[in-house]
Design a protein around this ligand. Structure first.
Ligand SMILES: [Fe+2]
Ligand SMILES: [Fe+2]
Length: 149
């Protein structure tokens, strides 16, 4: 096993751990996104969502940057997975744009009635993205184990 393979496998393990943390952050934001304006007035909901969405956006940006640094997800030399890896990597920009758009909107104005639904829609798409990455990571690790690496 080369040093390059070790660092790739370490990165894959770290990515899986980050996904578990991100999942908790997504659950937290999902709860806040579902908060009713009957319970929390719009001006206070704006502050709450603005604060939490800003923290979440920073976390996601750092996570995407980490995945994109070097070889994507730490998976190297795997032509059979390269197509799926390319698709997943290409999804980052669209998710970044949507996240930035929601953040700018909530920082500028109290949440419109459909804001929570649009935020949940983004969280759902991000969840599917992360779950697909987990599947590719697990397949890659199984292949490495099968090769006796
Ligand atoms: Fe990703
Ligand atoms: Fe990820």
């Amino acid at each position: 096993m080369t040093t390059l393979q070790v660092s790739g496998q370490q990165k894959s393990q770290e990515t899986l751990a980050e996904h578990a943390e991100l999942r908790i952050a997504m659950d937290r934001l999902r709860v806040i996104a579902g908060a009713s304006m009957d319970v929390i007035p719009a001006d206070r909901l704006q502050i709450l969502l603005g604060h939490d969405l800003n923290e979440f956006a920073l976390r996601v940006q750092a996570h995407f940057s980490s995945e994109e640094r070097g070889c994507y997800l730490g998976i190297e030399g795997s032509p059979e997975l390269s197509g799926r890896l390319g698709v997943l990597r290409s999804q980052h920009e669209g998710l970044r744009v949507r996240l930035r758009g929601l953040l700018e909107e909530i920082e500028a104005t109290p949440p419109r009635v459909d804001f929570g639904d649009r935020l949940v829609g983004l969280l759902n798409d991000l969840f599917h993205h992360e779950r697909s990455e987990n599947e590719v990571l697990q397949e890659s690790m199984l292949r490495d184990t099968g090769r006796g690496a």
